[in-house]
Structures are given as C-alpha cells and as structure tokens.
Design a protein around this ligand. Structure first.
Ligand code: FES
Length: 342
C-alpha cells in the first residue's frame, strides 16, 4: 500500500506532471519554463494584438527586446520570435503585435484565447545597448522600433524615427487615420510625432528616392532598419547609392525556413575551441539543437536566424570558404566537421 501511494505521488508530483496540470487549469506558472497568461486579444487589420502577463519565472524585459512564443499545433510545439511592442512598466505586461502570415500566426489568431497560458522564452536582444542616430521601420517592424525609440530618445532628443507604410494623406498632407495600422494611433498622438521626430511616410514613394529617405538624417549617421527582408534590401540599396556616410544595421522579420536536413544520415566532429571539447553531431539537426542536447549552453535568442545572438566564428582551420567566417548555430545543419570558436 505504501509503495502504491509512493508511486502515485511521484507520478503526479513530478514537476513535469504538475506543469501539465497547472497549464490545464490555466495557472500562470511552470517549474522549468517561463510562461505568460493572455490578458487580452484583439484583431487589428492583418495583425493580432496580445496583452500578456508574465509569470514570476520571466525576467524583466528591456525596451526593444523580443520573446519566443510557443503554440501547439496538432500536438507539436512551434516557436516563433516576436518583438515586445511596449516599454517596461509597473504593470509588468508585454504587448505583442503579430502579423498573421503563416502557420503559427494563424494558430495564434484562431486558437489562442484570453486566459490561456503559453510557454515563452526569456526576453532577449541587445539593441538597447547600442547607440543609433535614427530608426527606419517598415510595416510591422515598427513594433520593434517604437519602444526602442521612446527609450533612446531620453538620452538623444535629436533621434528620428521613420515609419514607412502604405499610406494615404488627407488634405493637409498628414497621414489619414487608419486604425488598421499597428501602433498608428499611439504614434499619431505622441509628443514625438507633434515635434516632428517621428514621421509616418508612404513606403512606396520614400523608398524609391534616396533624398526622401536620407534627408531626415545627418550626413554621418548610424541607423537601425527593421522590416521584412525585402524592405531592408531596399533601404540598403538606397544607402549604397548615397554620398552620405551612413551605416545601417538591419533586423529582418521572416518566416522560419525549415532547416535543410539531408536525407543521407552522416556524423561530423565539432571541435569547440574555447571550451576545449569535441562533440559528435549528426546532419539531422541544427548545430544549436545538437549543442543544447549535449547539455551545452550556447547563447541564442530567436532560433530563426533573425537575432544573430547565436552567431559564432568558425576557426580558421575549418573555414568553409574565404567569405564565410561565421555561422548561425540555429540555422546551420553541419555537412562537414568544423572547429567553432565557442
Ligand atoms: S538564435 Fe537568433 S539567429 Fe540564431
């Protein structure tokens, strides 16, 4: 009898079992994983706005950081990375605007309800620690740059933010009110907008004319551009053609590409030069997955090739080619043995 009670107790009291039941009863706590509770959900144009209450396991976030959100589709957990669109506040909530465009965002739109508890990563991203003279946001990219701008302009009142979107102007040349655009009203009503430090411009015309885009910034500026890959490419083209000494960092949003897994199984040796370890990994998973499985703790964030946090230098002895001196662990499936500076 005592044994039976002990077995029953351990099968229900294990942290994993308790986590399962806590989630079923929508309790915002898991033993090993940070979680959030959905406090509010709204559809705004082609985006879903979620207001989330982090659990005590979540670290406080900084302006401009991101989190990965996990949703289950047919029993399989899928993670995606989203920018936190608000500034940290005493309420402690996180706001996300999620553009509905793929499997996971559609599941969030249709399956996630107010009161649900979802697994998340800890907040990540280090843009808050860099100094920029201006920001250029394309479409949903504004969610990453708006809190970063609000926070950075406290130290740099000359900071400029351009929000490029599809736009129609009213008779006085101001952008027409459009509740369908993410953060549009909040930005229009801000002091920074009235003072001309934030400009909402039509992306189609602004990106075809270097002067339209770059005249908002000084001759030597360091900018952060955030939008789709196509948007960032266009910004890059404009900057390359300009005479100004403008340096731009890019942050792109893209749907995660499935890793290029080979059909033919192979094993490779990975030498970690800094930690002096050698691992045998397969070509059936990404380097990040293999390293985590081996109990190592490499730095990573989005797991989607976006944030560059998992970028590692490849040691000169195993350079893949002259131009490829670093790799992203989360998107690299090894097809040869490598030495990584990790
Ligand atoms: S974890 Fe973000 S690029 Fe690899």
């Amino acid at each position: 009898m005592k044994n039976l009670v002990q077995r029953l107790w351990s099968s229900t009291a294990l942290p994993q079992s308790l986590d399962f039941w806590l989630k079923q009863f929508k309790v915002n706590f898991q033993f090993d994983t940070p979680t959030v509770k959905v406090l509010d959900k709204a559809i705004i144009g082609d985006a879903v706005k979620l207001v989330l209450k982090p659990s005590k396991k979540c670290h406080a976030f900084l302006a401009g950081q991101h989190i990965r959100l996990k949703v289950f589709i047919d029993g399989i957990g899928h993670e995606r990375c989203y920018s936190i669109a608000n500034l940290p506040s005493s309420k402690g909530v996180i706001e996300l605007y999620i553009k509905v465009q793929g499997l996971v965002s559609n599941a969030i739109r249709h399956q996630v309800s107010i009161g649900d508890v979802l697994d998340v990563s800890q907040p990540f991203g280090d843009n808050h620690s860099k100094r920029f003279d201006g920001f250029v946001a394309g479409g949903i990219g504004i969610t990453a740059l708006w809190p970063l701008f609000l926070s950075a302009k406290k130290d740099n009142p000359d900071l400029v933010l351009l929000y490029l979107t599809r736009l129609e102007s009213n008779e006085s040349g101001l952008p027409k009110d459009n509740k369908e655009y993410v953060l549009f009203n909040e930005i229009r009503q801000s002091r920074a907008f009235t003072e001309g430090k934030v400009k909402i411009l039509d992306g189609r015309t602004t990106l075809t004319n270097a002067n339209e885009l770059l005249n908002h910034f000084g001759d030597t500026s360091r900018l952060l551009s955030c939008g789709s890959e196509g948007f960032n490419q266009q910004v890059n083209e404009v900057v390359k053609k300009s005479d100004k000494q403008i340096y731009v960092e890019f942050e792109s949003f893209k749907t995660a590409e499935p890793a290029n897994i080979s059909e033919e199984y192979a094993e490779h040796q990975i030498i970690l030069t800094k930690s002096n370890q050698t691992l045998t990994v397969t070509n059936q998973s990404t380097l990040l997955e293999s390293l985590l499985e081996a109990g190592l703790k490499p730095q990573y964030g989005c797991k989607q090739g976006i944030c560059h946090q998992c970028t590692c230098r490849v040691a000169p002895s195993s350079l893949l080619n002259d131009n490829n001196k670093s790799i992203q662990l989360c998107t690299t499936v090894p097809n040869q043995s490598l030495e990584i500076e990790l």
